[in-house]
Design a protein around this ligand. Structure first.
Ligand SMILES: Cc1cc2nc3c(=O)[nH]c(=O)nc-3n(C[C@H](O)[C@H](O)[C@H](O)COP(=O)(O)OP(=O)(O)OC[C@H]3O[C@@H](n4cnc5c(N)ncnc54)[C@H](O)[C@@H]3O)c2cc1C
Length: 227
């Protein structure tokens, strides 16, 4: 199971920060915390997207599959910074933890096949190591299910946009879980983040009012059904 740690470098008062920065350009009173907070809310409500790029999020994502992190990396808006656990320097020869899907966990015979495939990868890696093959070359065998760790810096705007895609019922289950873990971690970090996740982290159908996916889950009607 994955775990998300919000690091101390993360903006604690994202709404107030938005209000302070916007206030500079509007000739507003940026020394009044109440006015800053209200101005921040106005920027959010008005959809002034650039202002959402001020709040920064630094976080560690740990124990998610390399596969879901590969999907995470496609979200490039705002020039996020990411570092990932090395498959060259970390020694996986004693075993690599991996993610198991609920469908496999629910069926013992299927899980046995899955675990056996992982064991055979590990065995091959150990045999190649014994033959003095460089570890960076052996690492090519590591599966997408292997757990990994990344340290990320991104911003509010990127995460709101990500939520529209990845909280969609059609998104990969592990990413949907990751989004819920992220929301929980941000909620615990500060009340202003809790407000933001509750009001702005949502699937795209909630934003549009209709489903944009080819295969609709039924949560919202399709656009053509509305007219
Ligand atoms: C059901 C589902 C299935 C999917 N299947 C696949 C799949 O099979 N393969 C796959 O690779 N991905 C898949 N995805 C992921 C998806 O297609 C996107 O790659 C992913 O959401 C990240 O891209 P993005 O544009 O949403 O986000 P970002 O790249 O973070 O962009 C966010 C926003 O910033 C703006 N922006 C970003 N870059 C530019 C630019 N260069 N120029 C102008 N504006 C820009 C756009 O407004 C964009 O919407 C799937 C997603 C879902 C929900």
């Amino acid at each position: 199971m994955g775990n998300i740690i919000i690091q101390n470098e993360t903006t604690a008062d994202p709404i107030s920060l938005i209000g302070r920065e916007a206030g500079v350009c509007w000739g507003g009173n940026v020394t009044d915390p109440e006015k800053n907070y209200k101005r921040g809310l106005d920027c959010l409500l008005s959809g002034h997207g650039r202002t959402w790029e001020y709040p920064q999020v630094y976080m560690v994502l740990d124990g998610y599959s390399a596969r879901v992190i590969r999907e995470f990396y496609t979200h490039i808006a705002g020039g996020p910074t990411r570092l990932q656990a090395s498959t060259r320097y970390i020694n996986y020869q004693k075993g690599f933890p991996y993610v198991t899907a609920p469908s496999l966990k629910a069926k013992r015979s299927a899980k046995a096949i899955y675990d056996e495939a992982m064991n055979s990868i590990l065995k091959a890696m150990q045999e190649l190591e014994a033959m003095d093959i460089p570890r960076e070359d052996i690492g090519m065998l590591l599966p997408l299910a292997m757990e990994t760790k990344v340290v990320v810096r991104t911003n509010l705007r990127n995460l709101i946009d990500m939520s529209h895609q990845r909280m969609c019922t059609r998104a990969y289950w592990e990413y949907r879980n990751l989004m819920q873990d992220m929301i929980k971690a941000l909620n615990e970090y500060s009340d202003e983040w809790k407000y933001l996740t509750e009001h702005y982290f949502q699937p795209k159908c909630e934003v549009c009012g209709f489903c944009t996916e080819a295969k609709c889950c039924g949560r919202k009607p399709r656009k053509e059904e509305l007219s």
